[in-house]
Design a protein around this ligand. Sequence first.
Ligand code: F6R
Length: 615
Amino acid sequence: MCGIVGYIGLRKAYPILIEGLKRLEYRGYDSAGIALSSENAFEVYKEAGKVSDLEKIIPDKEHLQTIGIAHTRWATHGEPTSQNAHPHYSSSKDIVVVHNGIIENFMPLKRRLIKEGYTFQSDTDTEVIVNLIEKESKKGRVSFEEAVNKALQQLHGAYALAVLSKKEPEKLIVARKGSPLAIGLGKEYSEFFIASDAIPIVEYTQDLIYLNDNEVAVLERNKKVVVKDIYGKSKSYKVKHIELDNNMVTKGEYEHFMLKEIFEQPDTLSNTIFSHLDEKENIIYFEGLGKLKKQLSEAKRILIIACGTSWHSGLIGEYLIEELARVPVEVEYASEFRYRNPIVRKDDIVFAISQSGETADTLAAMRYSKEQGATTFAICNVYGSSMAREADFVAYTYAGVEIGVASTKAFTAQIAVLSLLAIAMGQENKVLDMKKATFLMKELRKIPKLVAKTLEKDAEIERLAKKFLDVTSFLYLGRGINFPVALEGALKLKEISYIHAEGYPAAEMKHGPIAMIDEKLPTLIVGTNEMYYEKIVSNAQEVKARKGTVISVVNEGDKQLSDISDYVMTIPKVTDILQPIVVAVPLHLFSYYVAVMKGCNVDQPRNLAKSVTVE
Ligand code: F6R
């Protein structure tokens, strides 16, 4: 949700900011802007649309400024117009700000500021911040830093922001509450890079400081970073060295990040699985598992909270944990959970699943659970993210940077982690015998290769996708552990191709959705589970009897379901409970090709943003 980037140093700021914005575009892409600062003057450019549209309006000259801030937006308050694009000026134009987050009390603050003579050019909540800073800086001998602090003390809501002021033009001030912010350190503090995440920074430095909530950092060339809380109290900070290869954040030979990320899965799954499972010995490791084991085995209940695709992996986690560890699991949309006065007990273990580790609803639900005394366990992909830092325990998914807005490789990595956790818990609870556990671990080790084999069917899936470009609606059916995969397949098709798609438990079809079936509504059926095979075949027959088109995902060598189906996508044979990872691959590829052939922007689908840091 919005990306911010900034630079202060000795190099020209403009190319760093523009390239940074391109790398952050996955966080929001409806408008963008840039402010360059030098010698008491700001140059500000803003435009609706993508960063490429912004570039078109910026004069083609050498921009010599060595300080600047920039923003790519996902609109919350006010339409995506150039007026609402960031950076925003204060009334006197002495201060500029870029902001990611939402200021909840902006209306009363704005009314007060207007009464006091401040003027507003946009509909955004952000303009309140910059005018408040201006107002505070006018009160006697107040420094830029003090004015920022005083303004921040009045805000309710979330922010990651970067501010520049003409009065102290050699300073870049950044602050964070609720929205992520990283500071990259140049050699001997000669320069600083700031951004919503490490992706735009890694090209220049791998030494980063992640600000905590309510912290403000003052960045000045050749001076150590000064971090304080918003009341001016000094805070210590750690510099983290992160290993992030520049290749990980570029598309390489692929046309889209989404395709690259789908094809990375043999590696990402291998990384995830073998970071938590010994390659030969039957040993599962999770940091802190030793301590957590007792709580896990005594847990009366596990609550899983997540949003979107991560919620789907949470549902798969429910099947896995209940089946293998026999602990009751409840899976909740974090956004519902946090607002419905849920019952959370001290002996509950709450799994928060999130690729970004920053999703506002999941973070709030996790914090709430912690306040109620539950043990929190985050399953995250982004190192050092808010959830990873705040949870009692964290398991990383090691899927690498996911830039495509539609989650793919993070989803399968989450399922891999949940599978391992379920096996470990089953062993600890003594409900999973060594023979079964050994079998499952052996099967899991094979998954990266099976995914690679499934990816070989890419061209077939592309040909199949071509037949469904004019369809307006789709039904996805699955049973058992593959039901959440059907939900995921439908979500992916919706979000990137804008074709309506509905996921349903196959057995529930006759309680409603069957009424929709006719020759115009194709049904995609996941028919790989051995346990429900006969029943799934019957569901396919029910669709065919109503003139519906059936596309099935079947195991290699399948006969019965394949004969009934109009089209099939095959996967190699995998034991039922570990199938979701492999089944997800053709479903993601199918959505990808439908969307690409329909001319949709798969990496940046309309209205979406990757990391939903607002409610
Ligand atoms: C869908 C998708 C979203 C995210 C959701 C949660 O493809 O990517 O539904 O899964 O916004 O995001 P995280 O996992 O970062 O909490």
